[in-house]
Ligand binder design. Structure first.
Ligand SMILES: Cc1ncc(COP(=O)(O)O)c(C=O)c1O
Length: 403
């Protein structure tokens, strides 16, 4: 993978003067987008700016065909058996809410989850315990930050109806043993939803191979536009999944006193959709397929190993577990003695143009579990260079030296 060639595809990184380019280490929040994604979206607005699946004219037909094509691409990307198992939503949060509130949980049902969920799983589960009366069973991580498969097995029983787990942590980058989790959950008759928002951008998530029931991702963390979530729901389950939103487009038939929903995926896509975003998502998937996810992941790991080595040698730097960078993909959360995480981010941005995220990263539970306030997080992607991670390490060293 030629990072320097790829960088030319990203307007923010393509200028001639290195000093003018941002050092963007916040891809776990949102990635930058290549020109092909923006061009695909422009093409929609310029050439076929119509509604899919409604009007019969040529522009509407064109966008309907394009959306179907992107659905097939997303189905291949996530290992769905059929493109009808893929719905386009507003973001990952909408997909996770749809599954948690729509999968038929009842009072007394147990849902097993982790102690490092993003709030888009954690908060809906809290709400579901208030409104439905589910019981949450949280599997605490091991001291080294990895998933405790043994405790998971112990907590599982026929009372558990759903396992809702973050596949890759947005704080540490750790990815849990997905296949083992699915096999254990299924042996107790529980369904599994994986929040793959941080996995799908650089690792193959094959729903069929994993035998996962639901998988959710979002386009804005994988080179695509903001405003597009991708929900995979296994066909047998998607037919029983209750949509969160109803209105135009999702219905087959309506009269004064009744309605009939369209089959999945349309029933989950009520109202006018983000067609430009869907088209842009197709271009993002094309781009990632052309580069190859294995290449992307290998590059992330090599940057992470390098940064970990450099930061470890700086006194006062505390890297969030797991310690092994090979378990942290494209992410590195850290704290710096004498600085609050927010100040780390602001100082790095103002002094060196290094952009990263700091705080609780919409994942309050992991910090509560570890007894820390928050962290600064560097996250890398296919366009980041070794020079950039070295610049971060140097800037952190200067901060500790009071420069
Ligand atoms: C692990 C994880 N899950 C869910 C989300 C929520 O994604 P979205 O903003 O698309 O709803 C994020 C976003 O940061 C995330 O990192």
């Amino acid at each position: 993978m030629d990072v320097y060639r790829l960088r030319k595809d990203f307007p923010l990184l393509a200028g001639s003067e290195d000093s003018e380019k941002p050092i963007y280490l916040d891809s776990a929040s949102q990635t930058l987008r290549p020109r092909s994604v923006m061009e695909a979206m422009d093409e929609y607005y310029e050439s076929f700016p119509a509604c899919a699946g409604r009007s019969a004219h040529k522009l509407a037909t064109e966008i309907s065909i394009r959306c179907d094509e992107v659905r097939s691409k997303a189905a291949n990307f996530l290992g769905a058996e059929d493109s009808s198992e893929i719905s386009f939503l507003k973001n990952a949060t909408e997909g996770l809410n749809t599954i948690i509130f729509g999968c038929g949980l009842e009072r007394g049902d147990e849902v097993v989850t982790t102690d490092y969920e993003h709030n888009s799983v954690h908060v809906p589960l809290l709400r579901a315990s208030e409104t439905i009366g589910i019981r949450r069973r949280i599997v605490d991580s091991l001291p080294d930050g990895t998933f405790d498969l043994e405790s998971f097995e112990e907590v599982m029983s026929r009372r558990v109806k759903l396992v809702a787990a973050c596949l890759t942590s947005n704080v540490t980058g750790y990815t849990l043993p997905a296949k083992e989790v699915v096999d254990i959950a299924h042996s107790h008759g529980a369904a599994v939803v994986f929040d793959a928002a941080q996995t799908a951008p650089s690792r193959r998530v094959d729903a069929r191979e994993l035998d996962a029931d639901f998988v959710v991702a979002c386009a804005h963390k994988m080179l695509g536009p903001s405003g597009v979530g991708i929900m995979y729901a296994r066909r047998e389950l998607s037919e029983r999944l209750d949509p969160r939103m109803l209105g135009g487009h999702g219905v087959a038939y309506v009269d004064r006193d009744s309605y009939e929903l369209l089959p999945p995926p349309e029933r989950f896509e009520a109202g006018l959709q983000n067609y430009a975003g869907i088209v842009g998502t197709g271009a993002a998937i094309d781009y990632l397929n052309a580069v190859g996810l294995e290449e992307v992941f290998g590059h992330e790991l090599s940057l992470n190993r390098r940064l970990t080595r450099a930061l470890r040698s700086i006194p006062g730097v505390d890297i969030l577990e797991p310690a092994d960078p090979n378990l942290r993909g494209g992410m590195l959360g850290f704290n710096l003695a004498g600085f609050i995480p927010h100040d780390v981010a602001v100082i790095l941005d103002h002094s060196r143009g290094i952009m990263l995220r700091a705080g609780r990263l919409c994942c309050h539970s992991i910090f509560e579990a570890r007894g820390i306030e928050g962290c600064a997080r560097a996250s890398f992607y296919l366009y980041n260079t070794t020079e950039e991670v070295e610049a971060l390490a140097e800037a952190v060293e200067d901060m500790t030296a009071g420069l």
